[in-house]
Design a protein around this ligand. Structure first.
Ligand code: DQA
Length: 147
């Protein structure tokens, strides 16, 4: 069984650290990647870390994960609230799916309260800042050990 975890990031997350820091903080996506890698090493996991502003690319990575990954951690960003296509792709993936949001989407505008990704995810972390990714990776380690 593969120990690979895909960490997928949706639109505008390339601007993490610059964009609305009162909501998303000052740390960058490179910081997220480094923190996830540290937890991965600790948990005996490996990661493939990606970001795209294009819905189809995220879908293609989910398809790729079907063949070679144990689990997926996904912050689909704005696609969370709009994309049946990403939900369908995640539904075609058999391993665990963990959803992350840097901000607390339930404390924000009503249009952010619904998540297509949550219809598929085993669990979701929101509002823990970028620490949410590391916590999700820790959870992935537990799911991998218990598989
Ligand atoms: C986000 C929350 C989404 O509503 C928003 O569109 C994002 C980032 C978060 O990480 O808090 O781009 O997914």
């Amino acid at each position: 069984m593969s120990n690979l975890v895909y960490v997928l990031n949706g639109p505008n997350l390339n601007l993490l650290g610059q964009r609305e820091p009162h909501l998303y903080g000052h740390e960058t996506l490179a910081d997220v990647e480094a923190q996830c890698r540290a937890v991965c090493d600790n948990q005996g996991l490996e990661q493939r870390f990606h970001q795209s502003n294009r819905e189809y690319e995220i879908i293609d990575w989910i398809h790729e994960a079907r063949d070679n990954a144990f689990g997926i951690i996904i912050n689909a960003a704005a696609f969370t609230h709009t994309s049946v296509a990403i939900l369908d792709a995640l539904t075609a993936f058999e391993g665990p799916v963990l959803e992350v949001h840097v901000s607390n989407i339930h404390k924000r505008e009503a249009f952010r309260h619904f998540s297509y990704v949550s219809q598929r995810a085993e669990g979701m972390i929101a509002g823990f800042g970028i620490q949410g990714y590391a916590l999700a990776m820790q959870r992935m380690g537990k799911l991998y050990r218990d598989r």
